[in-house]
Design a protein around this ligand. Structure first.
Ligand code: BMA
Length: 317
């Protein structure tokens, strides 16, 4: 078995792969797990982040409210499927990611400034009090995703530099920091390669540490005559030089095929922002936004996903 370096999550949400299903990532049959009905005054609740917390789970959820403002709220769950969302807005912005580093929970998100989007970073120990740090990569960037530990004694942040609109820039870079305040030593990681991701790529959940690399799920965007289609891909980054892509699937692992991915405020969107990974069993539960309207859940195992990436490896063709 490929090995996950990380926590045991014995209560990770799970369903076995349906009999006869050929692909490496399968959906929860109770999807969507969160809809606008989970919170009063929500227009839509989607691209959201979850982590294990005190024997259960906590999360930060993207709620676009009935004024269509982008807000972030905290939620709690015992089973990571049924969530209790709080009304209090902790930050404004969107697309949160959560990452535990040395006992603190770090939130990175798309922060909104008068000059464009940037990467907000804040931390908490209890999901009630938050300390906000300097914005990273100001301006202009999105899809800021921290690594769950320092690499070579430096914090690592995946980013996608962009412009103020739906950007023609579409490549993933990596930034280093000694203190989570000053970011630099930028490294190119990857650019779109295949048709399904041809417009842009952006990092998704916190990378999952493996024995010999980092498993990175990401989104890739196709532009068709009908607009954008967002799908999920996967790659394995070098363990000590995570800007080096060692393996990368040439095809998507999850694309908008179900109604709740095809129909919503923005049709044809699968947008992963979080993954729970159980080091003992190799089970992985992926949280993604469906059609910018709901939160959905999908499953894989570390073996399934690593084998699939290597069997369809863009880097070894
Ligand atoms: C991206 C982000 C995501 C969104 C996606 C599709 O640029 O804004 O939050 O899910 O577009 O609309």
């Amino acid at each position: 078995m490929a090995k996950i370096i990380g926590a045991s999550i014995p209560n990770i949400p799970w369903q076995d792969k349906p009999e006869g299903y050929k692909y490496p990532v399968w959906r929860y049959d109770g999807n969507p797990v969160i809809t606008r009905d989970n919170l009063y005054n929500a227009n839509s609740i989607f691209n959201s982040a979850v982590v294990p917390f005190k024997g259960g789970f906590a999360g930060v959820f993207r709620v676009d409210d009935v004024c269509r403002d982008h807000t972030l709220v905290v939620g709690y769950s015992d089973n990571a499927i049924n969530w209790n969302l709080q009304e209090k807005v902790i930050f404004r912005g969107y697309d949160p990611r959560l990452c535990e580093i040395d006992g603190k929970y770090y939130l990175s998100w798309v922060n909104l400034t008068p000059h464009g989007t940037t990467i907000g970073i804040a931390y908490t120990t209890d999901f009630e009090e938050w300390t906000q740090l300097e914005d990273a990569c100001y301006p202009v960037a999105r899809n800021g995703v921290l690594f769950p530990r320092k690499v070579n004694d430096e914090y690592m942040l995946l980013i996608r530099p962009c412009d103020r609109g739906h950007t023609p820039y579409g490549d993933i870079f990596l930034a280093h920091s000694k203190d989570l305040t000053y970011w630099g030593k930028y490294r190119f990681v990857m650019k779109p390669e295949k048709n399904w991701e041809m417009t842009k790529v952006g990092a998704g959940p916190t990378p999952i540490e493996l024995e010999d690399g980092w498993l990175m799920f990401y989104h890739g965007v196709l532009t068709s005559c009908n607009g954008f289609t967002y799908a999920m891909g996967a790659a394995i980054l070098d363990k000590d030089q995570p800007w080096v892509v060692k393996h990368r699937a040439d095809r998507f692992l999850l694309a908008p095929h179900k109604d709740y991915e095809l129909v919503g405020d923005v049709p044809n969107v699968v947008f992963p922002c979080a993954a729970l990974a159980d080091a003992d069993s190799g089970k992985i539960a992926i949280y993604y936004g469906g059609a910018d309207t709901v939160v959905a859940l999908a499953f894989t195992t570390v073996d399934e996903v690593v084998d699939y990436i290597k069997a369809n490896d863009l880097m070894n063709k």
